[in-house]
Design a protein around this ligand. Structure first.
Ligand code: BDR
Ligand code: CA
Length: 310
């Protein structure tokens, strides 16, 4: 039986690849997409989720969620993802615009209906997950797992100390890391090992419309950002989905993760203590990726999606 997951996302170029990976992998069943404001505003992230879902041939419901962080002013990443969140790529309009309700409600209802069966993969700011935890604290027991793309145990990307998803809503991240479950943190140290360099992209040639209309143009845009020009674009969010598919591709170690909320230069930093005593550890932090097997996983999933599209 494939594992059921909900992806909470802010598509987002690497979000788009993560959704394709999840849909194309036979071991996962995407039972919903929830959207949050992040890389771009909520109207764009939600429209992108709907259009991507239709483009890939998915039938998962899309539930729009928080249009701003819990406390702070919105921070976006248009310079990395383009004004529309997909590097200017315009996909065919989504055929169905039916709403699956409000994201936090959708998350609570889905988890309540199937305790222990659904995993959450969070690849945007953690606002929706925090709201869901506040609405129904028992979701921390009901979720089969929580995999978070966010944070870092060395350096940030949006600031020297902070990774974008955590910086964009640090209060939400603090609630989620402190909620009593055991999330897996897929941070920048890990995702820096997953760069779609030319040799990787070469393997995706021949994927028809998926490659020509989406993957190539979005990665051309994303890869031109100064963060990625030298070493290649990191496909952060796809790493979190890969963990949900096969944790065996990763080394992950227990740690205590606290989110800095009051730093003068360090707000949004995920302060990670690998030496914390076991009873203080609140997360598993991924440190090493088996890159060869990771790219094989993406190749197989993308081929599957591409074949069914054409
Ligand atoms: C994260 O921030 C976003 O810009 C990406 O989609 C990813 O989720 C990387 O820091
Ligand atoms: Ca994202």
């Amino acid at each position: 039986m494939p594992k059921k997951i909900v992806i909470d996302c802010d598509p987002g170029i690497d979000d788009a690849l993560a959704i394709a990976l999840a849909h194309g992998n036979p071991d996962l069943d995407v039972v919903g997409l929830t959207t949050v404001a992040g890389n771009v505003g909520l109207a764009h992230t939600t429209n992108n989720a709907r259009c991507l879902s239709a483009f890939y041939g998915m039938d998962a419901p899309v539930a729009a969620g928080a249009d701003r962080p819990l406390v702070r002013e919105p921070v976006v990443a248009e310079q990395v993802h383009g004004g529309n969140g997909l590097g200017g790529v315009r996909l065919p309009a989504a055929t169905s615009t039916a709403s699956a309700g409000y994201a936090a409600d959708f998350l609570v209802d889905a988890l309540a209906a199937a305790p222990g069966q659904i995993g959450l993969v969070a690849v945007g700011p953690l606002t929706n997950i925090a709201l869901a935890v506040r609405k129904e604290p028992r979701i921390v027991e009901w979720a089969r797992e929580l995999v978070i793309m966010g944070g870092s145990y060395t350096r940030g990307n949006r600031t020297p100390a902070a990774e974008f998803n955590v910086l964009a809503d640090p209060e939400a991240a603090a609630i989620v890391f402190g909620a009593g479950w055991r999330p897996v943190m897929i941070g920048l140290d890990l995702t820096a090992q997953a760069r779609a360099v030319a040799a990787v992209r070469e393997r995706w040639r021949g994927l028809g419309r998926l490659e020509a209309e989406l993957i190539s143009p979005i990665l051309d845009f994303y890869g031109s950002h100064p963060h990625y020009r030298d070493e290649g674009p990191a496909v952060h969010d796809a790493c979190a989905v890969a963990y949900a598919i096969d944790p065996g591709l990763f080394r992950a170690v227990p740690a205590r993760v606290d989110v800095e909320l009051h730093g003068r230069f360090t707000t949004g930093m995920t302060v990670t203590d690998f030496d914390a005593p076991a009873q203080r550890c609140n997360a598993e932090v991924a440190t090493v990726l088996d890159t060869d097997r990771f790219w094989d996983l993406l190749q197989a999933a993308f081929s599957h999606v591409a074949t069914r599209m054409s």
